[in-house]
Unconditional design. Structure first.
Length: 332
Protein backbone atom coordinates (compact mmCIF):
# COMPACT_ATOMS: atom_id res chain seq x y z
CA UNK A 1 0.00 0.00 0.00
CA UNK A 2 1.35 3.46 -0.90
CA UNK A 3 0.17 7.00 -1.58
CA UNK A 4 2.02 8.52 -4.56
CA UNK A 5 3.21 12.08 -3.96
CA UNK A 6 2.27 14.87 -3.92
CA UNK A 7 -0.57 14.07 -1.49
CA UNK A 8 -3.39 16.54 -0.88
CA UNK A 9 -4.66 16.51 2.72
CA UNK A 10 -8.22 17.68 3.38
CA UNK A 11 -10.07 18.35 6.65
CA UNK A 12 -13.75 18.78 5.77
CA UNK A 13 -16.08 20.05 8.50
CA UNK A 14 -19.66 21.19 8.52
CA UNK A 15 -18.52 24.83 8.44
CA UNK A 16 -14.86 24.93 7.40
CA UNK A 17 -12.67 23.05 4.93
CA UNK A 18 -8.89 23.12 5.38
CA UNK A 19 -6.18 21.85 3.06
CA UNK A 20 -2.45 21.20 2.85
CA UNK A 21 -0.15 19.57 0.32
CA UNK A 22 2.53 17.04 1.26
CA UNK A 23 5.04 17.37 -1.60
CA UNK A 24 7.19 14.37 -0.59
CA UNK A 25 7.60 12.00 2.38
CA UNK A 26 8.59 13.91 5.52
CA UNK A 27 8.73 17.29 3.76
CA UNK A 28 7.12 20.36 5.41
CA UNK A 29 3.48 20.72 4.48
CA UNK A 30 2.44 23.47 2.10
CA UNK A 31 -0.56 25.05 3.77
CA UNK A 32 -3.53 25.53 1.52
CA UNK A 33 -6.60 27.74 1.86
CA UNK A 34 -9.15 27.66 4.66
CA UNK A 35 -12.56 27.76 3.00
CA UNK A 36 -16.22 27.75 3.97
CA UNK A 37 -17.88 24.46 3.09
CA UNK A 38 -21.17 26.13 2.18
CA UNK A 39 -19.41 28.35 -0.39
CA UNK A 40 -19.06 25.40 -2.77
CA UNK A 41 -21.80 23.16 -4.17
CA UNK A 42 -19.69 20.01 -3.89
CA UNK A 43 -16.36 18.64 -2.73
CA UNK A 44 -15.27 18.29 -6.36
CA UNK A 45 -15.89 22.01 -6.99
CA UNK A 46 -13.95 22.93 -3.87
CA UNK A 47 -11.14 20.55 -4.83
CA UNK A 48 -10.79 22.17 -8.25
CA UNK A 49 -10.36 25.59 -6.62
CA UNK A 50 -7.82 24.31 -4.07
CA UNK A 51 -5.78 22.51 -6.72
CA UNK A 52 -5.60 25.71 -8.77
CA UNK A 53 -4.53 27.67 -5.69
CA UNK A 54 -1.77 25.24 -4.80
CA UNK A 55 -0.52 25.04 -8.37
CA UNK A 56 0.45 21.38 -8.08
CA UNK A 57 -2.08 18.68 -9.00
CA UNK A 58 -2.00 15.92 -6.40
CA UNK A 59 -1.47 12.28 -7.26
CA UNK A 60 -3.12 11.12 -4.02
CA UNK A 61 -5.63 12.52 -1.58
CA UNK A 62 -6.35 11.75 2.07
CA UNK A 63 -9.42 13.43 3.47
CA UNK A 64 -11.35 13.39 6.72
CA UNK A 65 -14.95 14.49 6.89
CA UNK A 66 -17.51 15.21 9.62
CA UNK A 67 -19.92 12.35 9.11
CA UNK A 68 -20.18 8.57 9.26
CA UNK A 69 -17.91 7.02 6.62
CA UNK A 70 -19.18 3.93 4.84
CA UNK A 71 -16.26 2.32 3.00
CA UNK A 72 -15.42 4.95 0.36
CA UNK A 73 -18.16 7.52 0.90
CA UNK A 74 -19.65 9.95 3.40
CA UNK A 75 -22.65 12.25 3.69
CA UNK A 76 -21.64 15.20 5.88
CA UNK A 77 -23.92 15.41 8.91
CA UNK A 78 -24.07 19.22 9.08
CA UNK A 79 -23.46 20.23 5.46
CA UNK A 80 -24.90 19.41 2.05
CA UNK A 81 -21.89 17.59 0.60
CA UNK A 82 -21.77 13.90 -0.21
CA UNK A 83 -18.27 12.64 -0.97
CA UNK A 84 -17.87 9.45 -3.01
CA UNK A 85 -14.20 8.54 -3.12
CA UNK A 86 -14.17 6.63 -6.37
CA UNK A 87 -15.96 9.48 -8.17
CA UNK A 88 -13.50 12.02 -6.71
CA UNK A 89 -10.54 9.89 -7.80
CA UNK A 90 -11.86 9.73 -11.35
CA UNK A 91 -12.73 13.44 -11.43
CA UNK A 92 -9.29 14.55 -10.19
CA UNK A 93 -7.27 11.83 -12.00
CA UNK A 94 -5.88 10.54 -8.70
CA UNK A 95 -3.72 7.46 -8.35
CA UNK A 96 -4.96 6.84 -4.81
CA UNK A 97 -7.28 8.21 -2.14
CA UNK A 98 -8.55 7.52 1.36
CA UNK A 99 -11.52 8.93 3.30
CA UNK A 100 -11.68 8.98 7.11
CA UNK A 101 -14.19 10.23 9.64
CA UNK A 102 -12.92 13.51 11.12
CA UNK A 103 -12.44 12.18 14.65
CA UNK A 104 -11.13 8.88 13.37
CA UNK A 105 -8.42 10.95 11.66
CA UNK A 106 -7.84 12.95 14.87
CA UNK A 107 -7.36 9.71 16.79
CA UNK A 108 -4.84 8.52 14.19
CA UNK A 109 -3.06 11.88 14.58
CA UNK A 110 -2.37 11.38 18.30
CA UNK A 111 0.93 9.49 17.78
CA UNK A 112 2.47 12.52 16.05
CA UNK A 113 0.79 15.23 18.16
CA UNK A 114 3.46 17.51 19.62
CA UNK A 115 3.36 18.57 23.29
CA UNK A 116 3.64 22.26 22.36
CA UNK A 117 0.38 21.92 20.43
CA UNK A 118 -1.56 21.07 23.60
CA UNK A 119 -2.47 22.39 27.04
CA UNK A 120 -2.65 19.94 29.96
CA UNK A 121 -5.85 20.15 32.03
CA UNK A 122 -4.78 19.44 35.57
CA UNK A 123 -1.78 17.11 36.03
CA UNK A 124 0.75 17.23 33.21
CA UNK A 125 -0.21 14.98 30.32
CA UNK A 126 2.19 12.10 29.77
CA UNK A 127 1.97 9.26 27.28
CA UNK A 128 0.81 6.06 28.93
CA UNK A 129 -0.08 2.63 27.67
CA UNK A 130 -3.76 2.03 27.02
CA UNK A 131 -6.62 3.30 24.94
CA UNK A 132 -6.65 7.01 24.13
CA UNK A 133 -9.84 9.00 23.66
CA UNK A 134 -10.26 12.16 21.58
CA UNK A 135 -13.44 14.24 21.55
CA UNK A 136 -14.54 17.75 20.79
CA UNK A 137 -16.92 20.41 19.56
CA UNK A 138 -17.29 21.99 16.16
CA UNK A 139 -20.41 22.40 14.06
CA UNK A 140 -21.26 19.06 15.67
CA UNK A 141 -19.72 16.82 18.32
CA UNK A 142 -17.22 14.06 17.61
CA UNK A 143 -15.37 11.34 19.48
CA UNK A 144 -13.04 8.46 18.61
CA UNK A 145 -10.50 6.21 20.29
CA UNK A 146 -7.01 4.99 19.45
CA UNK A 147 -5.62 1.58 20.40
CA UNK A 148 -2.51 -0.41 19.56
CA UNK A 149 -3.21 -3.43 17.37
CA UNK A 150 -0.28 -5.76 16.70
CA UNK A 151 2.12 -2.83 16.85
CA UNK A 152 0.01 -0.60 14.61
CA UNK A 153 -2.34 2.31 15.33
CA UNK A 154 -6.04 1.46 15.07
CA UNK A 155 -8.84 4.03 15.40
CA UNK A 156 -12.35 3.32 16.61
CA UNK A 157 -14.74 5.83 15.04
CA UNK A 158 -18.02 6.71 16.73
CA UNK A 159 -21.17 8.77 16.44
CA UNK A 160 -21.17 9.65 20.15
CA UNK A 161 -22.57 13.10 19.39
CA UNK A 162 -25.94 11.52 18.66
CA UNK A 163 -26.32 9.73 21.99
CA UNK A 164 -29.04 10.94 24.34
CA UNK A 165 -27.70 13.48 26.84
CA UNK A 166 -29.43 14.21 30.12
CA UNK A 167 -28.95 16.64 33.02
CA UNK A 168 -27.12 16.02 36.29
CA UNK A 169 -28.74 17.67 39.30
CA UNK A 170 -31.68 20.02 39.75
CA UNK A 171 -30.00 23.08 38.22
CA UNK A 172 -29.24 21.32 34.97
CA UNK A 173 -32.67 19.65 34.99
CA UNK A 174 -34.27 23.12 35.01
CA UNK A 175 -32.15 24.08 32.01
CA UNK A 176 -33.08 20.93 30.10
CA UNK A 177 -36.78 21.84 30.19
CA UNK A 178 -35.94 24.97 28.17
CA UNK A 179 -33.53 23.43 25.68
CA UNK A 180 -34.66 23.41 22.09
CA UNK A 181 -34.84 19.82 20.95
CA UNK A 182 -32.71 19.13 17.93
CA UNK A 183 -34.19 18.56 14.49
CA UNK A 184 -34.52 14.93 15.59
CA UNK A 185 -36.91 15.81 18.41
CA UNK A 186 -34.65 14.80 21.31
CA UNK A 187 -31.77 16.15 23.36
CA UNK A 188 -28.55 14.56 22.14
CA UNK A 189 -24.97 15.40 23.07
CA UNK A 190 -24.66 17.49 19.91
CA UNK A 191 -27.82 19.43 20.77
CA UNK A 192 -25.90 21.00 23.66
CA UNK A 193 -22.19 20.43 23.03
CA UNK A 194 -21.52 21.91 19.62
CA UNK A 195 -21.20 25.39 18.18
CA UNK A 196 -24.96 25.77 17.68
CA UNK A 197 -25.50 23.91 20.97
CA UNK A 198 -23.75 26.66 22.91
CA UNK A 199 -26.32 29.13 21.61
CA UNK A 200 -29.13 26.75 22.66
CA UNK A 201 -27.57 26.41 26.10
CA UNK A 202 -27.38 30.19 26.49
CA UNK A 203 -31.02 30.65 25.48
CA UNK A 204 -32.03 28.01 28.04
CA UNK A 205 -30.06 29.77 30.81
CA UNK A 206 -31.80 33.03 29.99
CA UNK A 207 -35.21 31.31 29.95
CA UNK A 208 -34.64 29.82 33.42
CA UNK A 209 -34.06 33.38 34.70
CA UNK A 210 -37.19 34.65 32.94
CA UNK A 211 -35.16 36.68 30.46
CA UNK A 212 -35.36 36.89 26.69
CA UNK A 213 -32.03 35.82 25.26
CA UNK A 214 -30.35 38.10 22.74
CA UNK A 215 -30.26 36.71 19.21
CA UNK A 216 -26.72 35.28 19.30
CA UNK A 217 -25.12 32.50 17.31
CA UNK A 218 -22.11 30.66 18.71
CA UNK A 219 -19.58 33.06 17.16
CA UNK A 220 -21.37 36.08 18.63
CA UNK A 221 -21.67 34.30 21.97
CA UNK A 222 -17.92 33.67 22.10
CA UNK A 223 -17.18 37.27 21.15
CA UNK A 224 -19.53 38.58 23.84
CA UNK A 225 -17.97 36.31 26.46
CA UNK A 226 -14.47 37.50 25.65
CA UNK A 227 -15.69 41.09 25.72
CA UNK A 228 -17.25 40.65 29.16
CA UNK A 229 -15.56 37.79 31.08
CA UNK A 230 -17.93 38.22 34.05
CA UNK A 231 -21.09 38.40 31.96
CA UNK A 232 -23.87 35.91 31.23
CA UNK A 233 -22.27 34.70 28.01
CA UNK A 234 -19.06 33.86 29.83
CA UNK A 235 -21.06 31.95 32.46
CA UNK A 236 -22.63 29.90 29.67
CA UNK A 237 -19.17 28.91 28.45
CA UNK A 238 -18.13 27.93 31.97
CA UNK A 239 -21.21 25.74 32.21
CA UNK A 240 -20.34 24.22 28.85
CA UNK A 241 -16.92 23.26 30.22
CA UNK A 242 -18.69 21.53 33.13
CA UNK A 243 -20.78 19.52 30.67
CA UNK A 244 -17.74 18.69 28.55
CA UNK A 245 -15.89 17.47 31.64
CA UNK A 246 -18.82 15.32 32.73
CA UNK A 247 -19.24 13.75 29.29
CA UNK A 248 -15.50 13.28 28.77
CA UNK A 249 -15.34 11.45 32.07
CA UNK A 250 -18.27 9.23 31.12
CA UNK A 251 -16.72 8.29 27.77
CA UNK A 252 -13.30 7.75 29.35
CA UNK A 253 -14.87 5.44 31.90
CA UNK A 254 -16.91 3.58 29.28
CA UNK A 255 -13.79 2.89 27.19
CA UNK A 256 -11.29 2.70 30.09
CA UNK A 257 -9.15 5.39 28.45
CA UNK A 258 -6.05 4.88 30.58
CA UNK A 259 -3.92 6.36 27.78
CA UNK A 260 -5.56 9.75 28.33
CA UNK A 261 -8.22 12.06 26.94
CA UNK A 262 -7.53 14.72 24.29
CA UNK A 263 -10.03 17.52 23.66
CA UNK A 264 -10.15 18.95 20.15
CA UNK A 265 -12.39 20.65 17.62
CA UNK A 266 -12.85 24.18 16.40
CA UNK A 267 -14.75 25.52 19.43
CA UNK A 268 -12.99 24.43 22.64
CA UNK A 269 -9.66 26.23 21.99
CA UNK A 270 -11.64 29.46 21.63
CA UNK A 271 -13.18 28.79 25.06
CA UNK A 272 -9.87 28.09 26.80
CA UNK A 273 -9.94 31.35 28.79
CA UNK A 274 -13.06 30.10 30.58
CA UNK A 275 -11.62 26.70 31.50
CA UNK A 276 -10.98 26.15 35.22
CA UNK A 277 -8.71 23.06 35.40
CA UNK A 278 -9.69 22.27 39.00
CA UNK A 279 -13.41 22.47 38.20
CA UNK A 280 -12.89 20.39 35.07
CA UNK A 281 -11.04 17.67 36.96
CA UNK A 282 -13.68 17.65 39.73
CA UNK A 283 -16.48 16.89 37.24
CA UNK A 284 -14.29 14.61 35.12
CA UNK A 285 -13.33 12.47 38.12
CA UNK A 286 -16.72 12.45 39.89
CA UNK A 287 -17.56 8.86 38.89
CA UNK A 288 -18.00 7.05 42.19
CA UNK A 289 -17.08 4.27 42.83
CA UNK A 290 -14.45 4.73 40.07
CA UNK A 291 -13.15 8.17 41.09
CA UNK A 292 -9.77 6.70 42.04
CA UNK A 293 -9.37 5.21 38.57
CA UNK A 294 -10.42 8.49 36.95
CA UNK A 295 -7.82 10.48 38.89
CA UNK A 296 -5.17 8.59 36.94
CA UNK A 297 -6.59 9.52 33.54
CA UNK A 298 -4.79 12.58 32.14
CA UNK A 299 -6.53 15.19 29.98
CA UNK A 300 -5.31 17.84 27.54
CA UNK A 301 -6.66 20.35 25.02
CA UNK A 302 -5.30 20.75 21.49
CA UNK A 303 -4.61 24.47 21.06
CA UNK A 304 -2.82 24.44 17.67
CA UNK A 305 -4.65 24.50 14.36
CA UNK A 306 -4.60 21.82 11.68
CA UNK A 307 -2.97 19.04 13.71
CA UNK A 308 -5.14 16.52 11.88
CA UNK A 309 -3.47 17.47 8.57
CA UNK A 310 -0.09 16.50 10.03
CA UNK A 311 -1.63 13.25 11.22
CA UNK A 312 -2.92 12.39 7.75
CA UNK A 313 0.49 13.28 6.31
CA UNK A 314 1.99 10.68 8.66
CA UNK A 315 -0.41 8.07 7.27
CA UNK A 316 0.75 8.89 3.74
CA UNK A 317 4.39 8.56 4.80
CA UNK A 318 4.05 5.24 6.64
CA UNK A 319 0.68 3.64 5.83
CA UNK A 320 1.69 0.26 7.21
CA UNK A 321 2.02 1.79 10.69
CA UNK A 322 -1.77 2.20 10.73
CA UNK A 323 -4.28 -0.65 10.94
CA UNK A 324 -6.66 0.65 8.28
CA UNK A 325 -8.57 -1.69 5.97
CA UNK A 326 -6.98 -0.19 2.87
CA UNK A 327 -8.34 -2.87 0.56
CA UNK A 328 -11.90 -1.93 1.43
CA UNK A 329 -11.46 1.81 1.93
CA UNK A 330 -8.93 3.13 -0.59
CA UNK A 331 -10.24 4.48 -3.87
CA UNK A 332 -7.96 2.70 -6.34
Amino acid sequence: MNFPYPVLLCDIGGTNARFALAPSPGAPLRRGPHLKTAAYPSFEACLAFVTAQLGAPPRSLIACAAGPVEERGVKLTNAAWTIEGEAVAAHASLSQGLLLNDFEALALSLPVLQNDATLSIGPAFAKRAGLQLVLGLGTGFGAAALVALEGRHFALASEAGHMDFGPAGAEQAALWTHLDASAHGRISVETVLSGPGLARLHRARCAVKGEIAPDLDDIMLLEAAHGSPTGDEADTLRLAWTLVARLAGDLALALLAEGGVTLAGGVLPRMANFLDPLEFRAHFESKSPMAGLMRGVRARLITAEDCVLAGMAAIATAPRAYAIDYERRTWR
